[in-house]
Design a protein around this ligand. Sequence first.
Ligand code: HEC
Length: 182
Amino acid sequence: MKKVINSILLVMFIVTVTSCDKSKRAPNLQFMPNMYEPVSYETYGENGIYDNGMASRLPVDRTIARDAEFPYDYPNTPEGYEAAKSNLMNPLGSDLDSKKGKALYSIYCASCHGSKGEGQGELVKREKFLGIPNYKDRDITEGSIYHVIMVGKNMMGSHSSQLTEEERWQVVAYVQELNNSF
Ligand code: HEC
């Protein structure tokens, strides 16, 4: 009986020791090995899978991705500002949600421009930021307001990344509302 137990223990010992053999790292059997070891192509590398001879297809020239914003044609120059001021019009029509414009204005603009656009925002009151104009003293149009949101003006930085195109026009509508209200 002792012998049997001893030989079982011996077998278990051998199994334990040999199962930890680190020299055999590769799995014994791979189902669908391509799933484990995919062939990676260089994105713009040469490849015969597409007509253009590359591993990826480029978008057709002068096309824009579906959800991408349209390019903004007015450069950040005095000429670009003047061109936007006279030519740029709100393309979204008049049914802009002015409540939303007001909410966005209070988040992104009021800290400098003040809740009424008078140029006395919290940062100005605390003397953290100076030189904020009263909208009333500026000759502004919907195009110029949009342009300033897009590219900024002197000390004012661009706010294009914080607002979508529709949101920018909502803010523009609200700034015009403020400007007409006093
Ligand atoms: C950090 C402070 C600051 C914030 C925030 C800010 N502005 Fe301004 N804004 C300025 C300053 C400074 C000027 C004056 C720029 C100049 O003419 O030199 C200005 C000018 C303007 C003008 C007048 C430009 C012109 O044509 O004369 C408009 C319109 C305007 N801002 C709109 C906005 C709107 C809309 C927002 C929010 C999306 C905003 N600003 C956020 C600082 C700010």
